[in-house]
Design a protein around this ligand. Structure first.
Ligand SMILES: *Cc1c(COP(=O)(O)O)cnc(C)c1O
Length: 360
């Protein structure tokens, strides 16, 4: 089976093998070594000198942690959303009592830094900005560098969902002044679901000191105190830590720049390939993601039928569209453990299945 959805992604054999290890005491020295090793390597991958915490949660838990650790009920927040996941981030902030201004952009288009600037100018009381680096639902990568330049001109907090991009597409956390960056184990990190990884800047810690939203499981102060003892506050998903320790070694030995280049190359192969099959990309190509390619189904392709055919006849698993894009697009995930040959085999399967996946 070729799993080509934007997470969970395939794991290398070394990671799967590591997961088979016996359990250890999560309050013992052996786990402490693993936690410290992972934390140090993650700082390199996040390109930060700030704090990085590994939370036992899926990515959404990391987004919730970002919100409740930095904000208070009634705080004004600007949400920059151009898809399903951007809206989720805003929903979380709203659920916890933030007053969210939703600046929504057409799905398939990038977030406009100019529009963000106008919104920040119009309301001086905004405290934080929520942004998505890679909008997985539409296959668009937003220009966080430009967005951050605007946010920092107004000296606001910048919380970034980089769940499906970090470790695959360049996002230098410190250079681009991102206060919180969130990612998750099952995306580019080549390990199973179960961990959310978050970075916390100095400015985010200052906000944390005053933040009044309820927090317990997600409390970064607790995470920091326990990390100093080589522990996590709550029982961690130990097996996934074993795997992450191994894949981070693979990642750092390949080198971040090489990984970014590989993802760019693989994504270009995907884009060229679908176009050569007579299909068109859903997003603006200039902003097309290097981790997920979203393809227009047009009114001729029956997406559920196509997905079923690829799975049953060619052992290729791709994703459909989410929410309002259901039936309108399909998505090929290419993040983490992926090479050109993998995408070529997806394209070959598509080529064979497409003529038979017509509507009607
Ligand atoms: C996958 C994803 C999420 C959700 O992560 P879960 O691990 O399913 O909670 C959020 N944002 C983006 C951009 C994603 O790709």
């Amino acid at each position: 089976m070729q799993l080509r959805i934007p997470g969970p992604t395939p794991c290398p054999p070394q990671a799967l093998e590591a997961m088979g290890r016996q359990m250890i005491n999560h309050r013992g020295g052996e786990f402490g070594k693993i936690l410290n090793s992972i934390t140090g390597k993650l700082k390199q991958a996040f390109q930060t000198k700030g704090d990085v915490f590994v939370l036992t949660a899926s990515g959404t838990g990391g987004l919730e942690a970002a919100v409740v650790n930095t904000l208070s009920p009634g705080d004004k927040v600007l949400s920059l959303a151009n898809g399903f996941f951007g809206e989720r981030f805003a929903d979380i902030a709203e659920e916890y009592g933030a007053e969210v201004t939703r600046l929504n952009f057409e799905w398939g288009k990038p977030v406009s830094p100019d529009a963000a600037e106008k919104a920040l100018k119009a309301d001086g009381n905004i405290k934080a900005v929520l942004a998505t680096h890679n909008e997985t639902s539409t296959g668009v990568t937003n220009d966080i560098k430009e967005i951050s330049a605007v946010v920092k001109k107004f000296d606001k907090l910048l919380l970034v969902d980089a769940i499906s991009s970090l470790g695959c597409i360049n996002l230098p956390t410190d250079d681009w002044n991102c206060d919180i960056v969130v990612t998750a184990s099952q995306k580019g990190w080549m390990v199973p679901p179960g961990l959310a990884m978050v970075s916390v800047s100095e400015k985010a810690w200052q906000a944390h000191a005053k933040a009044k939203m309820p927090r317990y499981y997600w409390d970064f102060s607790k995470a920091k105190d326990f990390l100093q003892k080589g522990q996590t506050p709550w029982t961690p998903a130990i097996s996934v830590f074993y795997a992450l320790d191994v894949t981070l070694d693979l990642i750092l030995s390949e080198g971040l720049d090489n990984i970014f280049t590989r993802h760019a190359r693989v994504a270009q192969t995907a884009r060229n390939g679908v176009k050569s099959l007579g299909l068109s990309l859903f997003p603006d190509e200039k902003y097309a993601s290097n981790t997920v390619t979203a393809v227009n189904a047009t009114d001729k392709i029956d997406v559920p039928k196509l997905i079923q055919m690829l799975r049953e006849e060619y052992e290729v698993i791709i994703a459909g569209g989410q929410q309002k894009l259901s039936g309108k697009i399909f998505r090929i995930g290419h993040l983490g453990l992926v090479y050109e040959k993998d995408i070529k085999s997806v394209l070959e399967a598509l080529n064979k299945a497409l003529p038979r996946a017509k509507k009607g």
